[in-house]
Write a protein that binds this ligand. Structure first.
Ligand code: NAD
Ligand code: GLY
Length: 384
């Protein structure tokens, strides 16, 4: 797309469709969508009734405005508030949310709504998938990460002692409302973590979008009124890419695994750092993508200059590309990260699936990575 066409699109209202037959749904992206929630949700409701799950940070910011918009359209809303943060993706919190839904006498026709970031979206979507053997839900993502990734595609779930997202269901939402206005209250660190997932779509399959980000990414992240158009272009382009991949491979039997670019390394780092506030998911993915490009270069597959471009852009916007060298267990070693990788739920016949790249926009899947080259990549990254 030419820069002129990109800017024209930045100014126009946007809806992206996820094409899944009779489970197809729209993703609306733009400003002021929370205020229009009643009008936008009404067409997908079976009853004039919703049950909202949100978190303790988002509730005081946006719950009243959201519920007020629903009431204006004659829609009754009940809600439950979970503690903000990853620690809410547990069996205990799932049980509390389901009990609240049942106590409110939710019926099969009651629409469940996730109002919050990826934690609320994953927990609520999973609750909706099992409530009364499965009810519909709407995603109202309020972080950049959830607007470009977790609210789209139907992966829902919780964490257990054995690891992250190991219990869950594929359950597609009926509608996604991504309001860019709510990003103005998001801490910059969270915005940047979401930006890593935006950049992922350029790196894995869209070199022109990557080049657009090199020019305009800083404007998208700048905060303030001017950023909205740039953010909308980031969100629409990301959702279009994800929608196309999900429509082609909903249950991740092939192409969808490309969305895990940087995640094999990133998940290992997150696990080693203990899922506290030390390393956010998006931050780990940014570091992981730098490592995936380095591994691709070491295997003679990818020009070193493409990895250098990745690192230069991430560092220019404020995303680190070097992993932390110490975690709760002390100095991090390649062996520690390899041990986490071996727990990956995308293992196939005992072999890890890697997303590597032949260049920017040219990601591909392979099981064929010699252990010695993996070890060299990890050792080099941990040396910094
Ligand atoms: P999050 O939901 O924890 O949100 C981050 C923080 O921002 C929280 O403290 C939250 O309360 C706060 N917040 C949310 N919206 C805000 C706003 N508008 N203003 C101010 N504060 C706000 O984290 P996240 O980064 O959105 O999502 C991470 C989760 O998403 C992880 O659990 C990850 O596993 C999951 N995920 C799922 C998928 C998927 O396909 N289902 C994909 C990627 C990530
Ligand atoms: N976040 C990866 C996926 O949805 O497949």
């Amino acid at each position: 797309m030419t820069p002129e066409a990109a800017l024209r699109r930045v100014e126009s209202p946007a809806a992206v469709k996820v094409a899944l037959g009779n489970r197809s749904y729209d993703i609306h992206v733009g400003r002021g969508l929370l205020q229009r929630a009643g009008e936008l949700c009404a067409p997908v409701l079976k009853q004039k009734r919703v049950f909202i799950v949100t978190d303790s940070t988002v509730a005081p910011l946006y719950l009243a405005a959201f519920e007020s918009s629903l009431r204006t359209s004659g829609i009754r809303a009940d809600h439950v508030i979970v503690p903000a943060g990853e620690a809410s993706k547990t069996f205990d919190e799932l049980a509390r949310v389901l009990d609240a839904m049942l106590a409110a006498k939710c019926e099969r026709g009651t629409m469940i709504v996730a109002l919050g970031g990826g934690v609320v979206g994953d927990l609520t979507g999973f609750a909706a998938s099992v409530l009364l053997r499965g009810v519909d839900f709407i995603q109202v993502p309020t972080t950049l990460l959830s607007q470009v990734d977790s609210s789209v595609g139907g992966k829902t779930g919780i964490n257990t002692a054995a690891g992250k997202n190991l219990v869950g269901a594929f359950h597609q939402p009926r509608l996604v409302l991504a309001d860019t206005d709510v990003l103005s209250t998001l801490p910059r660190r969270e915005l940047l973590a979401g930006y890593a997932e935006v950049a992922k779509y350029g790196l894995l399959g869209d070199a022109a979008f990557w080049a657009w980000l090199e020019t305009n990414g800083a404007a998208a992240l700048s905060g303030g009124d001017n950023a909205h158009g740039f953010l909308r272009h980031c969100i629409v382009t990301s959702c279009e890419a994800k929608a196309r991949i999900v429509a082609a491979d909903e249950k991740e039997s092939g192409e969808r695994a490309l969305l895990n670019l940087g995640h094999t390394f990133g998940h290992a780092l997150e696990a080693e750092m203990g899922y506290g506030g030390e390393l956010l998911h998006g931050e780990a993915v940014a570091i992981g993508m730098a490592m995936a490009f380095d591994l691709s270069t070491r295997l003679g597959l990818c020009p070193a200059s493409d990895g250098a471009r990745l690192r230069a852009h991430f560092e220019a916007v404020g995303l680190r590309t070097a992993p932390p060298r110490t975690g709760p267990r002390g100095a991090i070693t390649p062996a520690m990260l390899v041990a986490h990788m071996a727990q990956d739920k995308k293992m196939k016949d005992g072999a890890l699936t890697f997303v590597l790249a032949r260049g920017i926009g040219k990601a591909f899947l392979t099981h064929d990575v010699p252990a010695a080259v993996l070890e060299q990549t990890l050792a080099a990254a941990l040396k910094g």
